[in-house]
Ligand binder design. Sequence first.
Ligand code: TRP
Length: 448
Amino acid sequence: MTTRILTGITTTGTPHLGNYAGAIRPAIVASRAADADSFYFLADYHALIKCDDPARIQRSRLEIAATWLALGLDVDKATFYRQSDIPEIPELCWLLTCVAGKGLLNRAHAYKASVDKNVEQGEDPDAGVTMGLFSYPVLMAADILMFNAHKVPVGRDQIQHVEMARDIGQRFNHLFGNGKELFTLPEVVIEEDVATLPGLDGRKMSKSYDNTIPLFGTAKQLKDAVARIVTDSKLPGEAKDPDNSHLFTLYQAFSAPAQQAAFRAELIDGLGWGEAKQRLFQLLDDELSEARERYNGLINKPSDLEDILLTGAAKARKIATPFLGELREAVGLRSFRSDAVVASGEKKKASKAARFVSFRDDDGSFRFRLLDAAGEQLLLSKSFADGKAAGQVNKRLQSGEALDVREQDGGFAVWLDDEAVAQSPAFSDAASLNAAIERLRQALAPQE
Ligand code: TRP
């Protein structure tokens, strides 16, 4: 069993060293595990909620994409895409919006913080609050549920959003799943032992404190940033206290235990801060210089990046497109052709009809299933190279022509023109096999 890990990166800023140690590095390491099936994406629809500067949105998408690739994300193994390249996500977002309780969203921290601030300032509670901000957790639920992620690694501020995705997914399952789990309910993952890096001034490294160290600036910019790290005023020769120095904390995040022990001993022995900064700069530069070159190469070839991301989107849509098809079926957005039209108000009857569900297989071929009234699979079609051929067979099965049903492989197959076009599951005994054939005949009998 593989574990599907999914996380999004909001594209409003430029990645810094803190993002690297706290999120990017662990995510890339996790994506290499043999049983990991990672989905990492640029949450650029989410970025629009916080930012109305098109140039900044575009620049940030480019920089974040280049950063992840330069740092070694293997896009053949992981699925790496832009949220805005997957039209199924906003479509699913709407289906979820229709089941998400407004009361649930009222409780979202980000929205509540805006309201509290407005109230404090004597403003209208919803002043400046967009529907984007209010619905933020529903879009995030769509990101997660679209791909049936098992695990969602996020920062602490996002825990509530993943819990809301569970709530919304569960409600949808309950309303439309017919007893089945349409959506996998995601689990939040908080990496406890990942470094939260201090910034230049010792507070958490964050763009909002303006205390960051750039990840892929020039070596000179890196050196200048390190030079601005705040230290105490002890002179060379005086003993330093490594455990009260965020310069040492930064060093620790990128060095092996033996290196750390040596650096600690030197500080206690009176190494000057100027020298210490030089050591830290060297350590960071060694860690980043190769990736910096790859980064610059990528940034200078945006059309290659575009290709990589479009390939990632195609890979993601191979899953999203057929799954959204199933979800549309589940809520009743069905083709008039594939289902008996049910008079409004006949809810019971509607949910009792057998139905065809078309989908695309992992290899891109077209198939369909016939589900009986209880949602059990009666037939799985063979693979068709194109959707039209699949549609024609599907139509003929519903045309009322006499069925050629033959027992096969512990179940039965339906034949058309000397070929088995669809196969049932295997049954444990003859009685259930015959009962299933009866359900099949009923399902495909001409509707009056
Ligand atoms: N809201 C997340 C953040 O700001 C980014 C994000 C968007 C995300 N969609 C997601 C994270 C889905 C995990 C899963 O950090």
